[in-house]
Write a protein that binds this ligand. Structure first.
Ligand SMILES: [Mn+2]
Length: 342
């Protein structure tokens, strides 16, 4: 990181620091934010972690997760603190429009105050809203980059079991337990975390083996009754409508991970998970290999993400979104098929 000396200087005195992460925070958003927060607190800073919306119950084991402020709920507490901030971190997202109202507030305060914005992120095409950035799309996760950031600051001695638990959580969730998005640095980071004496199996169990009965039944329903296979395009789709939401009492986080099951099928290269929310219709996309679902999400569903994992949302009817997806699908799948046959 080029500006590390300036950042070191910036953090050399006690500061008020806000750490922000994205809507519907996942294991990486939460793990990276809490790891950074725990580290900065040890340096004597006053830190608040803020996400636009609530976190899934799965991550209740993370240290200090209950102290996270949810901007949808706690904006009256967050706003005055934000005014006093010297440093604002943006973790695991690459544009202020990804964090809704909180993003608007941050750009407003930043214009007025002298607060510096530091982005740490691994998504493609970051927008230039930050003063300092550690942006690396080759990194497995933002958690891996937070470790790198602490290394740059020559402060790895501050990493104890709590920080290690948070970073390991980001690594595990963003790599599907080290199945994808890994590079040698990912495993080195994981090894350093395990050296801190954490129980990796316990973290894996907390993340993956803590399903509620209704979630398991919903998964079965989704796969058995709501899945469509488009063999020609090597694509699978699952659609959950508003009746499914009512019948299964689906809450935030209950549908987590369903999309990934479709890619377990041998001939399926693209998976779409479409859900009817009260105001919007959301689409989560996953792919194997060269198929860029990021392009599909960005070009057609007002979204974005990574090459093999992306998502978006549109206002409108469920059938409109399903039809739109099926309409644009051939363009992307044929392109890949032609390139593979060259
Ligand atoms: Mn991430």
């Amino acid at each position: 990181m080029e500006d590390i000396a300036e950042i070191k200087e910036l953090l050399s005195r006690p500061r008020n620091i806000l750490i922000s992460s994205h809507r519907n925070p996942d294991g990486d958003a939460l793990g990276s934010s809490l790891a950074l927060s725990l580290y900065l607190q040890q340096l004597g800073h006053k830190v608040e972690v803020v996400t636009p919306s609530e976190y899934p119950h799965t991550f209740e084991y993370l240290p200090q997760v209950r102290d996270i402020k949810i901007y949808d709920v706690h904006s009256e507490m967050v706003d005055p603190f934000l005014e006093t901030c010297d440093v604002i971190f943006a973790l695991d997202f690459n544009g202020l429009d990804r964090i809704d109202k909180l993003g608007g507030k941050i750009s407003e305060v930043k214009d007025r105050s002298k607060a510096k914005v530091i982005m740490i992120d691994h998504h493609l095409d970051p927008e230039p809203f930050y003063d300092y950035g550690l942006s690396d799309t080759a990194a497995s996760s933002t958690a891996e980059l937070v470790f790198e950031f602490i290394q740059f600051l020559e402060d790895t001695r501050y990493i104890g079991p709590d920080i290690a638990t948070c970073i390991m959580t980001g690594l595990i969730t963003d790599t599907g337990s080290f199945k994808y998005n890994t590079r040698p640095a990912t495993f080195i980071c994981a090894a350093k975390m395990q050296e801190r004496g954490i129980d990796v199996k316990e973290i894996q169990d907390a993340i993956f083996n803590s399903m509620k009965v209704k979630q398991m039944k919903l998964l079965a329903h989704a796969l058995f009754k709501r899945m469509e296979i488009l063999e020609e395009y090597e694509t699978a789709i699952i659609v959950l409508n508003k009746y499914d939401y009512a019948n299964f009492d689906i809450q935030r986080g209950d549908t987590e991970g369903i999309v990934n099951y479709m890619l377990m099928m041998k001939n399926i290269k693209l998976a779409a998970f479409i859900t009817q929310q009260p105001q919007i219709v959301k689409i989560s996309l996953r792919s194997k290999g060269d198929i860029s679902v990021q392009e599909i999400a960005r070009n057609h569903f007002r979204g974005g993400g990574h090459k093999n994992a992306a998502g978006g949302a549109l206002y409108g009817s469920l059938s409109m979104v399903i039809n739109k997806f099926k309409e644009v699908l051939p363009e992307y799948m044929e392109k890949v098929q032609i390139e593979n046959n060259k």
